[in-house]
Design a protein around this ligand. Sequence first.
Ligand code: AQP
Length: 336
Amino acid sequence: MGKQRVLSGIQPTGNLHLGNYLGAIRNWVETQSNYDNFFCVVDLHAITVPHNPTTLASDTFTNAALYLACGIDLQYATIFVQSHIAAHSELTWLLNCITPLNWLERMIQFKEKAVKQGENVSVGLLDYPVLMAADILLYDADIVPVGEDQKQHVELTRDIAGRLNDKFGSKDEPVLKIPEPMIRKEGARVMSLTDGNKKMSKSDPSDMSRINLLDPPELIQKKIKRCKTDPVKGLTFDDPDRPECKNLLTLYTVFSNKTTSEVAEQCQDMGWGQFKPLLTEVTIDALKPIQEKYKEIIDDKGYLNSVLKEGKEKAEAVANQNLSKVKKVLGYLPPL
Ligand code: AQP
């Protein structure tokens, strides 16, 4: 039996941060040798909120370079750009027509992001999860590694695929494969540095709310120094009224390669003045090799272009096959 297939992606909507790394990329890297992986830069998703056309292409390039810099290995993975493959948009349309509107209106991310946009909220934002379903279903993905915030969208993908299979497939021969989300506990939800109740996000207007993978050491130091804490001495994971404390201890646990109980014991009597330099040091050390590799890759545009060209060819072959399968069961006249 061949390897199971993994599909995941990140939007080029700004700087990738520790949430994207710990919630997604790090997990892709750690499990990549066990799977046949497809990782895309989801640039069609990036315009579901107002975007800057002068930076979209360079952000797309940066995302792809960061996938490689974080350790994605082309021996196990195909890296490609979503908009380079027309099948993503086409399958989205077909799935739109079988997805009940009220399934989309229930999506938490839509509700949260729509509030920020008021009257200007686009149909695209509502349709974001259907485009994500198309991304996943085009590749027959078995597994979708994501952070906790995207779990609801993977569940919706399962529902959409199930509905298409029920309506148009046969019991013995489902048209689309039903994927499973893969969510790792630690780092599944990295919180903002300025509000421990909000997730760290690229679109937060304050850059001080996140640590970006490409932040230089001095900036990381400044962000941790200024991040929100509380006046309580003694640090703990377990107090629900101290979300910032839990978040910062979790980051320290991940980057120091210690266990939660080791960190709980080490930090139980510490004050913030003692803890913050420790967190700063392990964070800078963890990001240093990624930043060095990124510089090498981004300086060699020819190499990155060739990775994306090859990725497009490989991904397109798989995507077109599955798109044809769906069109066939929906009854379309094949092109002559
Ligand atoms: N704070 C987070 N903690 C854990 N995982 C996270 N992810 C994002 N933020 C966190 C995971 O990163 C992957 C890609 O996310 P995305 O950029 O495609 O969309 P997003 O979830 O909407 O991420 P952002 O940073 O909040 O982007 P904006 O602000 O542009 O919407 C997903 O696997 C996600 O779970």
